[in-house]
Design a protein around this ligand. Sequence first.
Ligand code: OOG
Ligand code: MG
Length: 261
Amino acid sequence: MSNMIDQIASQLYAAERECYEVDKFVDQYPELDIDLAYDIQERLIQMKCEKENAKIAGWKLGLTSKAKQIMMGVHEPSYGILLDNMQLLEGEKFSVKSFIHAKIEPEIAFFFDKEVKGPVVSVADILEATAYIAPAMEIIDSRYRNFNFTLSDVIADNSSSSRYIVGEKLYRIDEVDLRLIGMVFKKNGEILATSAGAAVMGHPARAIAWMANKLVKRGQSIKPGEVVLSGALTGAETIAAGDHFSVSFDGMGNLEAVFEG
Ligand code: OOG
Ligand code: MG
């Protein structure tokens, strides 16, 4: 079993480093269930931390909105780990060369200043432990051929995480209504999608509570100082060289990302 965990984690790591696609693993390993998938994710993160001298920065939710679940044909959320070397700074130009077939999606980032530990975390507990929130965008880049996977595959692949960008201005949780907060997502000046916070499981903090309650089964928790991306509010959009994306939130300003060849 540990051999299979190492095998899959190494293949996913190599695919990311050298920018190529791999076939999903469930066909080859039918025993690959959700628990094993999180074991692989943990092994993959361990490898990255060792080889890249990276540190854990926080967590990300995946597949929390209906738009994303329908898009990917998966009907349950997942989570992944964010490392410090995955963060990009707003205003930098990002090269598409380092990606396999990246997509971008609008998110809300939460910064925690208290520990959050399951198994009975509520939305109120998440809000109470949150120091600040900020607009964010996530760049996802599934290592699977044609972005095609099952829930177990995507979990093993750290929920497709690649990079993330967080707005430089932070907001207090009581400055906005996270359920009703409106959002406009644009590409090259044209509206791609509009949404509201409630698109993420009825309330973005509900998605984080869901994760905290899952994490406890693996002996983990959200730690003070960590950031959590609460999940895309719309479907993800493919990135090409020359593209310019922006996300604006009611009462929370906007965030831009520019890509070059
Ligand atoms: C999985 C990751 C989804 C989100 O915010 O929904 C995700 C994928 O769609 O590749 O990060
Ligand atoms: Mg995401």
